[in-house]
Design a binder for this molecule. Structure first.
Ligand code: HGY
Ligand code: MN
Ligand code: MN
Length: 416
């Protein structure tokens, strides 16, 4: 049977209800979400997602990183499954849609297939990747990185949060250590629907982003060591101020990103000074530099320039300095065949679309190393994300999910 026609659409109201239901779990303080990975709220969200998948007739598998794989059988059990999904964990001041749209959009696509009795030759698997955000346990995309063989499971299990709790202990505490070997699953293809998290699609008036590439990223954790002393009685020329070093390096990161325009970004998002007392010169500062570019050469030049500038600032201020990579992936080129399936679906459905490079990192960036992968994006209001005010329209959510449904059906081969 040929792929279904353009009249096949998902149930937009049911999708929106599911997103709003999930948003009640791990509520933020300003209308968004704080459902950080491996917290009790994450566990509650997982249970809700599992109940929905099982109600849709899917069987749930879980791997040793806690990633959830809900399978809808195909007519050919030998055929490799087509995967679609994203992540349910959020930033501490996250929005309701980052990651969630991709997981619940995939569930809605399956629910729509069930409504219409659509059969596919390839099985279909809806996925919730553990710890995409990398806030509580750095780096980001931790579980998909282990799945892709880029990160070791022992490394992941040993990652610690700010309170010294380890990933492995917390995964065990919430009861989500699965029995599957991470990465043992083989995929025919993987699609990830995600909000853009930037301003381009809305500004261009396009409903769909056909994601051809993804930016590369470095996270560099910097530790500066100075000397704690009294902020009142220590003469200025006797201070060894780690906080001042952090401020100057933060400024240097911004200047270097600006000097490397276009296609370069840089900031410091996480920063701690010690002892963090109002009347003590910080003796230590620990912070993470986040730099990104779609061009590998530019990304590496920025890293070199920042490391040189940071070393000079430390020398100028008499500070000790350590710089440790805390996360990295090269720029990504998604699979041409999968990208074409996304573009075909947008065209068939009559949605305005444009090619786009993902500014944010996603699980698809790692899975692209082990399976043909592509992403679909929908706009978000003012391009705002990683903010509780993150907003999309039900129409944008439905358009993205319609495209996901059709791209997956084209790839999974509708039969009967
Ligand atoms: O950092 C990222 O790009 C993603 O939101 N984890
Ligand atoms: Mn995300
Ligand atoms: Mn995010």
């Amino acid at each position: 049977m040929s792929a279904p026609g353009e009249n096949l659409r998902i149930n937009s109201a049911r999708l929106w209800d599911a997103i709003m239901e999930m948003a009640k779990i791990g509520p933020g303080v300003a209308g968004g979400n704080n459902r950080q990975t491996l917290t009790d709220a994450d566990a509650q969200g997982r249970r809700l997602f599992q109940s929905w998948c099982e109600a849709a007739g899917m069987t749930m598998g879980v791997d040793a990183m806690g990633t959830m794989f809900a399978t809808r059988a195909g007519t050919d059990p030998e055929a490799l499954p087509v995967y679609m999904g994203s992540h349910l964990d959020t930033q501490p001041t996250g929005g309701k849609y980052d990651g969630v749209l991709g997981v619940l959009g995939a569930l809605e696509a399956v629910r729509t297939m069930n409504d219409l009795g659509i059969k596919t030759r390839h099985p279909i698997v809806v996925t919730n990747w553990t710890n995409e955000e990398g806030t509580r346990f750095a780096p980001a995309m931790l579980a998909s990185g282990v799945f892709a063989g880029v990160l070791k499971q022992d490394y992941a299990y040993g990652r610690q949060d700010a309170e010294g709790k380890s990933f492995g202990d917390e995964l065990k505490r919430i009861g989500w250590v699965g029995d599957e070997k991470v990465g043992a699953r083989k995929m025919h293809a993987m699609f990830e629907l995600h909000i853009e998290q930037g301003p381009i699609l809305e500004a261009e008036g396009r409903e769909i982003g056909v994601v051809t590439h993804g930016q590369g990223l470095w996270w560099l954790q910097v530790t500066l060591t100075g000397r704690e002393s009294h902020t009142g009685s220590t003469p200025m020329n006797m201070r060894v101020n780690a906080g001042l070093g952090m401020a100057r390096i933060t400024e240097a990161v911004h200047e270097i990103a600006m000097a490397n325009q276009p296609n370069a970004v840089g900031a410091v998002g996480q920063a701690n000074v010690y002892p963090n007392s109002r009347n003590v010169i910080p003796g230590k500062a620990v912070f993470t530099i986040d730099i990104r570019s779609p061009q590998l050469a530019k990304l590496n030049v920025m890293r070199e320039e920042i490391e040189l500038a940071a070393a000079q600032i430390a020398r100028d201020l008499g500070l000790g300095i350590e710089i440790e990579p805390a996360g990295h992936f090269d720029p990504v080129t998604f699979d041409e065949g999968c990208v074409k399936a996304v573009r075909n679906a947008a065209e068939k459905l009559g949605y305005s679309h444009m090619d786009i490079v993902s500014g944010a990192g996603h699980d698809a960036c790692w899975i692209n190393k082990v399976a043909p992968t592509a992403m679909i994006m929908c706009p978000c209001v003012d391009g705002l994300s990683h903010n509780e005010a993150e907003e999309i329209s039900p129409e944008w959510a439905a358009a993205g999910t319609d495209v996901l449904l059709h791209a997956v059906l084209e790839t999974a081969e509708v039969v009967g």
